[in-house]
Every structure is written in C-alpha cells, then in structure tokens.
Design a protein around this ligand. Structure first.
Ligand code: KIV
Ligand code: NA
Length: 277
C-alpha cells in the first residue's frame, strides 16, 4: 500500500471519496488497520476505557498513551497515524502542548495529534501547526469534558449550541488544523460544517454528510461489553469469537481432547529415549 499523506486525504475529500479512520491500541490492531485498508489510524484515548478499564479518558496518562502509541506504530506503515493528546497534556499552555505533542511524535512514533476543544485551544493548535506537527481538531461531544457536560450527550442540538460548534470548527481550521472530527452532532449540522470547511471532516455520530467516518475498534468489532451508542454499527461479532475461542480451549483441556498426541505434540527418537532412561 502507498503511504497515506495529508495531501492524499485532501485529495480524497476533493474527489468525494469517504475517508475511513479506525482506532488502534496495540501492535496487532495497528497491523490490522494497515492490512485492511484504513486511511487513518488513531491511537484514541478511548484506550482508557476499552483497553485499560478506566471509567473515562481523563484518567489516561501521557506515559500510558506513549506505551500504546509505540506498539501501534510498530504495526502501522501505510495509514496516516495519529494519537489523541491525553487530557491535561495541552491545557496549561501552548508550550505544554508543544512538549506533549513532541513526545507523541518523537517517542510515540505518530505523525500528528488530535485535540478536543474550541477557540480556547486555538493558540496551542497554531503553535503545533507552526512547528510542523499536524493537528486534527475534535469538536462537538468532547469526552474529556464529560463531567462538565454532565455526561456523553449529543451537542449542537439547539441553534445557539450549533453556532458554537460551527464557530469552533472554523476557528480550528483557521488555526491550521488539517482535519476536524465531529462527534455526536445532528447530521444537518455536520453536513453544514463539512460544506463550510475546506479541510476534511471525520464524523462519529455525525451522520453520512462528513468527509469521512471513524469508529472505535472495540465498537466495530463488538468486543466492547459496555454501552452501545446509537451511532455504533457492529461490523463483526468479536465477542462471539472470543467466547468460542476461550470456552473451546477450556473445555478441550478439561475433557483431555487437547492437545492431541499425534498432531499437537513432539516426538523423541526411541534410541535417545532409552538412553535417557
Ligand atoms: O478516542 C477515540 O477513540 C476518539 C475517536 C472515537 C474519535 O477520539
Ligand atoms: Na478520543
């Protein structure tokens, strides 16, 4: 596969070809995104819940994120590779944002970073862009702010809040973001924002009118045992495969049908065996 670049992503948008982004959290999922055609791979901070068992993304540290970025990067060649900036790693100052993003690129091996927020993160986005670190902005539902938002709710449903999501997207594009994620917003608003921007929008719970779509690995594979949001489609039944694999192994061990002596065990030369005895 040819390496996906920002130029290529912009070409896809211009051609009206939807962009597919998938999250990955380790070497095998990074490999799968690469092998099966994802345009972009995101080491999302959903890592916190789906891989590490935390309640929310706000608990994820930079060191934990880096550890997983390195694993994904080792399995990822063609997709454009991004990582979420962890909660708290870009809020104190634009200098802080630079230091965090440089760590993700240098130690984590990613090509760009994603940041949640609106006009308040414009200085940080501008700084990163100015030093050549590609930034994907993330507006609409901001999971890192679930506490102040009183939960994970659709954003931009009333006119005032819709204006605020649009303003954020425009400000972040002007600050240099090469793409914008729209999470959990009405599809009319997402399509409108997509038409107003000249960079690709990537939707999650934003309807079919965006330049691309993203889903969390464990949602699309159905390996996530928790809540299923309305916007999630399960494209595989990973949980059924896990059940089949683990119960199959456990039962075979208990009933002594595994391992098979002839086909799943190693032989020893008879002479060597007698010498051993
Ligand atoms: O963390 C994540 O997985 C994300 C995507 C779903 C956009 O931010
Ligand atoms: Na995220």
């Amino acid at each position: 596969r040819k390496k996906v670049t920002i130029q290529h992503l912009h070409n896809l948008r211009r051609a009206g070809t939807p962009i597919a982004m998938v999250t990955a959290y380790d070497f095998p999922t990074g490999r799968a995104c690469d092998a099966y055609g994802a345009d972009m791979t995101l080491v999302g901070d959903s890592l916190a819940q789906v891989c590490l068992g935390y309640d929310s993304t706000t608990q994820l540290t930079m060191d934990e994120m880096l550890h997983h970025c390195r694993a994904v990067a080792r399995g990822s060649k063609a997709p454009f590779l991004l990582a979420d900036m962890p909660f708290g790693s870009y809020h104190a100052s634009a200098e802080d944002a630079v230091r965090s993003a440089v760590r993700l690129v240098q130690e984590g091996g990613v090509e760009g970073v994603k940041m949640e927020g609106g006009e308040e993160i414009v200085p940080a986005v501008r700084r990163l862009t100015s030093i050549g670190i590609p930034v994907m902005a993330h507006v609409g539902l901001l999971p890192q702010r679930h506490a102040s938002l009183s939960g994970y709710r659709v954003q931009g449903r009333d006119a005032q809040s819709a204006v605020s999501v649009l303003r954020s997207a425009l400000a972040l594009e002007a600050a240099g973001a090469f793409s914008v994620v729209l999470e959990a917003v009405p599809h009319l608003l997402a399509t409108h924002i997509t038409n107003r921007l000249s960079v690709p929008t990537i939707g999650i719970g934003a309807g079919p009118g965006t330049s691309g779509q993203v889903l969390v690995w464990d949602d699309l594979m159905a390996t996530w045992h928790g809540h299923k949001a309305k916007f999630v489609r399960r494209f595989a039944d990973g949980q059924a495969e896990e059940r089949k694999g683990v119960t199959g192994f456990v039962n075979a061990v208990k009933e002594r049908s595994f391992p098979d002596l002839a086909n799943e065990s190693y032989d020893m030369d008879q002479v060597e065996w007698e010498r051993f005895l």
